[in-house]
Design a protein. Structure first.
Length: 224
């Protein structure tokens, strides 16, 4: 794995993409991983020179990354846009007012709970939006992705990050509308954004929230 001499201990993950038209760097707010994307036919040496030329920028971004937050009893965790406090429980996990009562180990149990809740919320939103445009999807899967909040394949399969359920419901709804719109337009053309606007008129505000620090901070929670 390539390394940057001026950033010891930082490994570069190289990701070739047929869709990429230029070099780009991304720093994950989840684990600090640095990904260098490059066009499929680009020379690796040129890509590494690009990364080295952005060493100062990488150093600043990595310095500004929030410290990882461990999910444990006493944690104030965002769930559907509101902070809930984790408290100990002897039996099954449950939400009670502004608390989540959860047995040990709290982190993995809360993550499992959020996955179930995310599937319920996303399935309802996708069903609603798919019906609105007269389309259907083939399946819905959840992952803990670092690079994207959702995706849609050419055969109609939808994928989402289960961490969306930590965001306000309107944000989850936007991502569902975005991916459902791909069932009709597998691109980001004006026609695609017109569908998104029809399903979610204020999508720009919700998209900005997700791309901003509040959305990115959702990736910083540690459930292990």
């Amino acid at each position: 794995m390539p390394v940057l001499p001026d950033l010891p201990g930082v490994d570069l993950v190289l990701r070739r993409s047929a869709r990429a038209r230029r070099f780009s760097l991304r720093v994950s707010r989840m684990d600090g991983r640095v990904t260098l994307s490059l066009p499929a036919r680009a020379r690796e040496a040129e890509a590494l020179d690009f990364a080295r030329s952005h060493t100062d920028w990488l150093r600043k971004v990595m310095t500004d990354l929030p410290a990882g937050r461990i999910v444990a009893h006493g944690t104030h965790l965002p769930v559907e846009g509101r902070l809930l406090t984790l408290v100990p429980a002897k039996a099954r996990i449950r939400v009670d007012g502004d608390t989540i009562a959860v047995p040990d180990p709290a982190g993995p149990r809360v993550a499992a709970f959020l996955r179930v809740l995310a599937r319920e919320r996303l399935a309802a939103a996708c069903d609603l939006h798919a019906a609105a445009i007269g389309r259907s999807y083939t399946r819905l899967t959840l992952r803990d992705t670092r690079s994207r909040w959702g995706s849609c394949t050419s055969d109609g399969a939808l994928m989402f990050s289960w961490r969306l359920v930590m965001a306000p419901p309107a944000i989850l709804d936007y991502v569902a509308a975005h991916e459902v719109a791909h069932l009709e337009e597998m691109n980001h053309s004006p026609a695609f954004w017109a569908i998104v606007a029809r399903l979610c008129p204020d999508y720009a505000v919700r998209r900005a929230w997700l791309r901003g620090p509040e959305g990115q901070d959702l990736l910083g929670w540690r459930f292990a």
